[in-house]
Design a binder for this molecule. Structure first.
Ligand SMILES: [Zn+2]
Length: 334
């Protein structure tokens, strides 16, 4: 079968590999859509998170944001039939087929043709956004700042706007991503490549110079760090910017992954009583709820898919997802 195989940093190749052989109680899915995740990109760039790839004799098959069609069932699997359109959780979906084990089948969600395979494949990143948005607990009238308008940041925007009327400010370096944020309901966008995001946010929300500890206080209820600290990042980390923007007793939710250590003056955290919350993945219920947001039309994921590729274009697909200026979500359509 066709597959995109990861061999090392910046080296993903289209290859023919063996089609999976089913054990009793397993299901073969024809992958119809599989997104390239931020974690796949960390693997692609630096060889991180290898466990999120399915190991072969040589290389690994990445990809865990997928949907597809059931083409084979070995034995009795209740509730699953040939031809079913499904989305579920697993690894190794940058391929023509994926083997669903009984454990993976526990996360199976069926959908009809009112939802496309590509939309359904964005359930997993939306669940990640939903988990972060839950930690942020937005309520009407609050101000939330999302640092980083990639698929996760834009998904948080969608989750907030689907439930409450809070003011949401998006910060990014890409004008294309910020335009998408406005299309999806962002109230204000700031391009940090030509403006100082902290100064802009403080000017919008108001600020105060604090005493005892040298610190500035913004008026933002919750700041989401969806940018992290990349290996080549220079200057004030996004996390520190978030700490400055936050109000007294505000929250900073960290969804991004850090490629290097960040130094922070923790006196700001202490003085302002900031609640720092890490956000990783999602619960089973959130996965289902994320799918329901798509299925009910409360959240439209179509505008987030910026590129689609065939598996034959594996290298080009990964290189495209690296172009933060251009790409939002790159999806394989095997
Ligand atoms: Zn993912």
């Amino acid at each position: 079968m066709k597959a995109a195989v990861f061999h090392g940093p910046r080296d993903v190749r289209f290859e023919e590999i063996d089609r999976p052989v089913l054990k009793q109680g397993e299901v073969l899915l024809k992958v119809r859509a599989c997104g390239i995740c931020g974690s796949d990109l960390h693997t692609y760039r630096h060889g991180l998170f290898l466990q999120l790839g399915n190991p072969l004799d040589s290389g690994r098959v990445l990809g865990h944001e997928f949907s597809g069609e059931v083409v084979e069932i070995n034995g009795q699997v209740s509730g699953v039939e040939i031809g079913d359109r499904v989305v579920c959780v697993g690894i190794g979906a940058n391929a023509e087929f994926i083997r669903l084990t009984p454990q993976m089948l526990e996360s199976l969600i069926h959908f009809d043709d009112s939802v496309s395979f590509v939309e359904a494949a964005t359930t997993e990143p939306l669940a990640t956004s939903l988990h972060a948005a839950r930690l942020g607990e937005a309520t009407d009238g609050e101000t939330h700042v999302i640092m980083g308008a990639g698929i996760i940041g834009l998904g948080i925007l969608q989750c907030i706007k689907a439930s409450v009327s809070a003011r949401v400010i998006l910060v990014d370096l890409s004008e294309k991503r910020l335009a998408k944020a406005r299309e999806l309901g962002a109230d204000i966008t700031i391009n940090a490549s030509d403006k100082n995001a902290v100064e802009e946010v403080l000017a919008i929300t108001g600020s105060e110079q604090l005493h005892v500890v040298e610190a500035v206080q913004g008026n933002v209820d919750v700041v989401y760090d969806c940018a992290g600290y990349g290996k080549n990042f220079k200057g004030t980390s996004v996390l520190e910017q978030a700490m400055i923007m936050a109000k007294q007793n505000g929250k900073v939710v960290i969804v991004a992954v850090f490629e290097q250590d960040v130094t922070i003056d923790y006196n700001i955290v202490v003085r302002k009583g900031i609640r720092v919350l890490g956000s990783w993945a999602w619960t089973r219920d959130e996965f289902v709820e994320a799918f329901e947001l798509i299925n009910s039309g409360k959240v439209d994921r179509k505008p987030l898919v910026s590129h689609t590729f065939e598996l034959e274009q594996a290298g080009e697909a990964y290189e495209t997802q690296l172009l933060a200026e251009e790409a939002i979500k790159v999806v394989f359509k095997p």
